[in-house]
Design a binder for this molecule. Structure first.
Ligand SMILES: [Zn+2]
Length: 122
């Protein structure tokens, strides 16, 4: 992972590209996992027998993992776009530089800690 001492924007960019590749591979794996076994109307909560419940749980788990991966890819693409525009590391909301520690932990983050806190408490 990222070493604090040697951190540079180039390194973060490389990390983002790697991470996107990893997530895309993950999505490809999901894609081969027989999506037709999940009729959209039949996944839900209720009084199902235990074995059916487990199956639904597995499907929902995969679905949420897939959404999570897609969501991350979007954030990564947005971050890479900010590299192109030279605005990487700036909060997309207030335009101030995002805390270095925060960027190191989440290289695709787009809000500074202040804006993120404000939005999550709204
Ligand atoms: Zn901000």
């Amino acid at each position: 992972m990222i070493l604090r001492e040697n951190l540079s924007d180039e390194r973060l960019k490389a990390w983002l590209l790697d991470e996107r590749q990893r997530l895309e591979n993950q999505l490809k794996d999901f894609g081969t996992a027989d999506p037709e076994t999940v009729p959209p109307g039949e996944v839900g909560y209720g009084n199902h027998p235990a074995d059916y419940g487990t199956e639904v749980f597995e499907q929902e788990k995969e679905l949420s993992l897939r959404h999570y991966a897609e969501d991350l890819i979007e954030q990564i693409n947005a971050a890479l776009g900010r590299f192109e525009q030279g605005t990487y590391g700036l909060c997309t909301h207030c335009g101030r530089p995002i805390e270095t520690e925060r960027l190191q932990a989440l290289p695709y983050v787009e809000l500074c800690i202040e804006c993120a806190t404000q939005m999550s408490t709204r």
